[in-house]
Design a binder for this molecule. Structure first.
Ligand SMILES: Nc1ncnc2c1ncn2[C@@H]1O[C@H](COP(=O)(O)OP(=O)(O)OP(=O)(O)O)[C@@H](O)[C@H]1O
Length: 594
């Protein structure tokens, strides 16, 4: 097999590839990897491994592997052998070696922590090829695709999750010595096996910890319904199983999963169930060895199943302009209606754009009984003059007979203004007969908040991502609204993509997407290709305008370049590492784009 080849061009790489494939000893695995390297347009003449700052060392893989690798490193002493752990994307998480000469040589070829050794960037190499093929591999000398790597011999073994058997990363041994391939491979396999064993032990310790905390909760004096879960397991006692069934069961699990995923959340959360009942969840974390093992929920189910709301919120009633038929949405509508009709002060809690204002307007339209609805926005600034003016406006509106005052976004008020407002509203006022409705965003106002306590009723307006089935109705409604000629519909694939989107800005965002599509000069059916980039992300983080522009530029670039990250990064004038960081941040998965 050729040792050194001149030239860094694709042609040179191709020639070398052809020579390798003629060689009977070239293993199919290596040949397949060379083929991929050519498809990725990796340059054989220079090494270009992207660099990621702060690779994640807090993963189960890193926690399990690092002590094992450290012990091995002590035994290898000054041998010219380096041990490496990578994550499943080929990012080198850790590199250990004491041999100075080898350190310099590895640094020169960027085989160092933070660099990404996926085949996509550096072609055939131990780490990248083991990850791509899912098999242990020995890549020796000229089997490497990039010339600069051809001095090295690498034995790499993929590390799989012991239960799920999904790829977690790889263990790699690299040396410059020839002739010890068998030994190197045996050692790499043995270490990878130990790491998998340790991951199994850690996850069973985590599961045991969660189980222990779950059992403690179940065996307390009056346990009631208990649920415990993490990404792997769900445990629930018989009381929960019989108390929460059908759609309530799925809604409860859905919310519990979302809460459990936020390792910092502890406390109490109330959620509206599709049947009309409320589940109050007391959330405790299960923590062991400094890491989160999951969450334990003590559940209290409040209320009785309720009949549907009086106000029809079906698939598009143009008069009411309130669309949605998911149990979660109907429940919010029903509760709002009940509180409104009873004249209670009401706190509507929900993410921006979920339809809180629309809901108040619709309910007021149906039940106003001659009362006026006045809306007060949070003041743009809190200078003494502005707050005084704002408080005066609230006081006057409150005193106005037959008036419903909608105070929007009270979570935006500063502490001082909040206290003034609370005092103003709490003060008995013989002339004030009106009804008050406040809106705020979840987790920004706590339930022990004094302003919140003034309200007799509180309703949670669900985010769009929790309202199964509503997207289809909303899409139809907005198409009709923005293209009244009504000649357009949505293909099943496009609808499926819209239904998968997390809609961080909720109904407002869906409406603006459909408005954009409906205004296209060409009518007809909306297909997947017509959908804008924002429908192709998995993150439900709300972005600033600048961030949204950046995300869309990346998505458009990727779509134009057929998901080729390297070329898109070049087009945008950013490094591949930056590109990857931004993709992670914006929840962009290239494979979901086409
Ligand atoms: N159920 C619905 N049916 C029809 N349109 C809706 C519905 N919910 C929301 N919308 C539309 O979505 C947009 C956002 O709704 P709305 O203003 O009520 O949200 P919000 O929760 O009050 O949030 P924000 O405070 O950000 O305005 C509006 O244009 C509204 O017309």
């Amino acid at each position: 097999m050729p040792r050194r080849r001149p030239g860094s061009s694709l042609t040179a790489a191709r020639e070398l590839y052809l020579e390798v494939t003629k060689d009977p000893s070239a293993r199919p695995l290596v040949v397949a990897s060379w083929q991929r390297s050519i498809e990725y347009e990796v340059k054989s003449g220079c090494i270009n491994a992207p660099y990621l700052e702060n690779p994640n060392l807090d993963s189960p893989l890193a926690r399990a592997a690092l002590p094992i690798v450290n012990r091995l490193h002590e035994q290898l002493a000054d041998d010219p052998v380096s041990t490496m752990i990578t994550d499943r994307d080929g990012v080198v998480l850790s590199r250990k070696l004491s041999h100075e000469g080898l350190t310099t040589r590895l640094n020169r070829v960027q085989l160092a922590p933070g660099h990404v050794f996926a085949e996509r960037y550096v072609g055939t190499n131990g780490i990248g090829t083991a990850l791509a093929s899912g098999r242990p591999v020995m890549i020796a000398g000229s089997q490497h695709y990039v010339e600069e790597l051809r001095d090295f011999h690498c034995a790499a073994v993929p590390i799989l999750h012991p239960v799920r058997r999904t790829l977690l990363g790889a263990f790699n041994l690299t040396t410059v010595r020839q002739g010890s391939a068998g030994m190197l491979m045996a050692l790499a396999r043995s270490v990878a096996g130990q790491i998998e064993g340790e991951i199994a032990a850690i996850s069973s310790r985590r599961e045991r910890a969660l189980f222990q905390d779950y059992m403690d909760a179940c065996s307390s004096v009056r346990p009631g319904p208990v649920l415990a879960l993490n990404r792997e397991v769900v445990m629930m006692n018989e009381q929960l199983r019989s108390a929460v069934t059908g759609p309530d069961h799925y809604a409860l699990l859905d919310h519990a999963r979302e809460i459990a995923a936020d390792a910092r959340f502890e406390g109490t959360r109330s959620i509206a169930l599709p049947s009309g009942r409320v589940a109050e969840l007391r959330v405790g974390r299960s923590r062991r060895e400094g890491s989160d093992a999951g969450a334990v929920f003590r559940v209290r189910v409040i209320g009785r199943p309720q009949p549907g709301p009086v106000l029809a919120a079906g698939p598009g009633r143009p008069g009411v302009r309130l669309v949605g038929s998911s149990p979660q949405w109907l429940r919010a509508v029903a509760e709002t209606e009940a509180a409104f009709a009873a004249g209670s002060w009401l706190h509507l809690v929900g993410e921006a754009g979920t339809g809180r204002r629309t809901l108040v307007h619709a309910v007021h339209g149906a039940h106003s009984a001659g009362r006026r609805l006045e809306t007060v926005e949070a003041p743009p600034s809190e200078t003494p003059n502005a707050t005084e003016h704002w408080l005066r406006e609230v006081r006057e509106l409150r005193a106005r007979p037959s008036t419903v005052v909608l105070l929007r976004d009270v979570h935006l008020l500063g502490d001082r203004l909040r206290r003034h407002l609370t005092r103003l509203l709490a003060r008995p006022d013989g002339t004030a007969t009106g009804q008050l409705i406040m809106t705020s965003q979840p987790s920004m106002v706590t339930t022990d908040d004094e302003l919140h306590s003034l309200c007799g009723a509180s309703v949670e307006v669900p985010p769009l991502r929790h309202r199964y089935g509503d997207i289809e109705h909303l899409v139809r409604f907005f198409l009709l609204k923005y293209r009244p000629s009504g000649e357009s519909g949505c293909s099943p694939d496009a609808l499926a993509m819209l239904e998968r989107c997390p809609w961080p800005e909720n109904v407002r965002q869906l409406e603006s997407v459909i408005r954009g599509l409906a205004r296209r000069p060409i009518g007809g059916i909306i297909r997947v290709d017509d959908l804008p980039p924002e429908c192709r992300v998995s993150s439900h983080k709300v972005l600033t305008a600048i961030e949204a522009l950046e995300r869309d530029a990346i998505l458009r670039g990727l779509m134009d370049r057929n998901s080729n990250v390297q070329r898109t990064a070049q087009d945008l004038g950013i490094s591949r590492a930056t590109m990857y960081r931004k993709m992670r941040r914006y929840g962009i998965v290239p494979s979901s784009l086409t």
